[in-house]
Ligand binder design. Structure first.
Ligand code: BES
Ligand code: MN
Ligand code: ZN
Length: 502
């Protein structure tokens, strides 16, 4: 997709389609008004006859409107003017893009970016229009033998901004929006890939492919032999039942001065989680191919960061592993000595994510991180607590927690903080080892984070539980969402001091 910004009046546009808004009830936006005037009331006539009320998401496609240079006008219902918020704005753009793509307009000039959205500026509106456009056009077809694509797909879209002064802002917003969308697409593609193809080595290969396209991005791979040398026994135990070798891929992005401590992102990369000996039930087990979404989002975020050439050092760790039942698999009752030296009694082999992450989190101490953020589809309990709308966030450092919440608001990729109080730590007590890997039924997301917190004492750390947000479950809409790439990218952009406002 090609994106552009322009500042012009609607009657001068010569395009396949021009997109303008109509508010409820039947109220023309100023741009629609201009078109109405030159077409001698053509549009207001239609509205009067009841063709379009202006409800949010309503679409009316007009052809050859008198005196208008563009072939088509797409009238888009924007709901009540005063109620237009971020969510509604994104929904309207999404529907608009699908309509354009399905009705044969290969190019369009869109004036919806001029709408007033509560509390949001031109930068935000253009960037989110770009991100939403890519979202609307995403399709996972890699594994289909016949790919049916739109006959005349949308190729180019121009977003209009109110004044010429805002053109540079708009261009910056497009660049950022495209970089974030590219990362999101990578995350979705890798996450949607089936687990017979997407294994830990596949994650490594994807990282290498991205590194080849960027000068200051390099890859380091820790295989099982190296993990053994490092005493990453907990990580290794989880992968022991699998024929696919465990593999930790470390991506180094150097955009800052060498002396600057890096932001470290660590992603849970369980390319399949069967539960192991504590085998999961059969229903929906296929969706445990998505248990690598943490790693996939770290990969996508690294790509976005590299594409924007952000002036900051970032390290991304993809903790690749597969959890399978097998004669060689680890079992309930086993006691593991983690890389940190702390021992863990395994009470359930399905609580494997924390066992992989704890060693990865110890490993990254060597980078003297400024902050560490791990991303994981860690607990079913998080889906119960927050559903599919918010990512769960827990942190040992208040300023970091606040910065992440801010980034999540700015990016419309929301997170909600849960407490990490010491009281919850008791639930991890074991009679035989330093701790167990199970915290009982109560507050499962918090006790999982408590477990991780015992391995992150040496730095500022936040944990993102994306079990509810990383993919849409079941049904027709099933698929990876690409979350929380937008939030992570925004966090790093803020940290790097990049302007993301007008
Ligand atoms: N990957 C799962 C968590 C999960 C489950 C994410 C469902 C999304 C949807 C994780 O490895 C797991 O199995 N967690 C267990 C932990 C329990 C055994 C303490 C869970 O949530 O049931
Ligand atoms: Mn599990
Ligand atoms: Zn898991």
């Amino acid at each position: 997709m090609e994106f552009n910004v322009k500042s012009g009046s609607p009657e001068k546009q010569r395009s396949a389609c021009i997109v303008v808004g109509v508010f409820e009830p039947r109220r023309l936006t100023p741009v629609a008004e201009q078109l109405d005037i030159i077409s001698e009331g053509y549009i207001s006539n239609l509205l009067r006859r009841g063709d379009l009320e202006g409800k949010a998401g309503q679409m009316l496609l007009l052809h050859h409107v008198p005196n208008v240079l563009s072939e088509r006008i797409l009238l888009v219902g924007c709901g009540k003017e005063r109620e237009l918020d971020e969510r509604q704005y994104r929904q309207i753009i999404k529907k608009t893009i699908s309509t354009l793509n399905e009705t044969g307009s290969m190019e369009a000039v869109c004036f919806l970016t001029e709408l007033h959205v509560k509390g949001r500026d031109t930068y935000w509106k253009v960037r989110h229009a770009v991100e939403t456009t890519n979202e609307a056009l995403y399709n996972f077809t890699a594994m289909k033998s016949r790919k049916d694509e739109a006959r005349r797909p949308l190729r180019k879209i121009v977003f209009n901004v109110p004044t010429r002064r805002e053109l540079t802002t708009g261009e910056r917003a497009i660049e950022h929006g495209m970089a974030i969308s590219a990362g999101i697409k990578t995350t979705k593609d890798v996450a949607n890939m089936p687990p017979n193809i997407c294994n830990p080595a596949y994650l490594r290969d994807q990282a290498m492919e991205i590194a080849e396209q960027h000068d200051n991005l390099t890859i380091e791979v820790i295989d099982e032999a190296q993990m053994a040398e490092l005493n990453m026994n907990s990580y290794l135990a989880v992968g022991r039942g699998s024929q696919n070798e465990s593999m930790m891929t470390v991506m180094h992005y150097k955009g800052g001065v060498p002396s600057q401590n890096p932001v470290v992102l660590v992603g849970k990369g369980l390319t399949f989680d069967s539960g192991g000996i504590s085998l999961k039930g059969g229903d929906g087990m296929d969706e445990m191919k998505y248990d690598m979404c943490g790693a996939a989002s770290v990969l996508g975020a690294m790509q976005s960061i590299a594409q924007m050439k952000l002036p900051i050092n970032v390290i991304g760790v993809l903790a690749g592993c597969e959890n399978m039942p097998d004669a060689n698999a680890y079992r309930p009752g086993d006691i593991l000595t983690t890389m940190s030296g702390q021992t863990v009694e395994v009470l359930n082999t399905d609580a494997e994510g924390r066992l992989v992450l704890c060693d990865a989190l110890t490993y990254v101490e060597r980078f003297s991180p400024d902050v560490v953020i791990d991303v994981a589809t860690l607990t079913g309990a998080c889906v119960v607590a927050l559903g599919k709308h918010a990512t769960g966030m827990l942190s040992n450092h208040n300023p970091l927690a606040h910065e992440l919440i801010n980034a999540s608001e700015q990016s419309s990729d929301r997170a909600w903080r849960l407490p990490l109080w010491d009281e919850y730590q008791e639930q991890l007590e074991s009679p035989f080892a330093d701790m167990s890997n199970l915290g009982g039924r109560a507050a499962g997301t918090i006790t999982a984070a408590c477990f991780l917190s015992r391995f992150t004492r040496k730095y500022h750390w936040a944990h993102l539980d994306i079990a509810g947000t990383a993919w849409i479950s079941g049904g027709k809409e099933k698929g990876a969402t690409g979350r929380p790439v937008a939030m992570l990218a925004q966090y790093v952009m803020n940290k790097a001091g990049v302007e993301t406002e007008d």
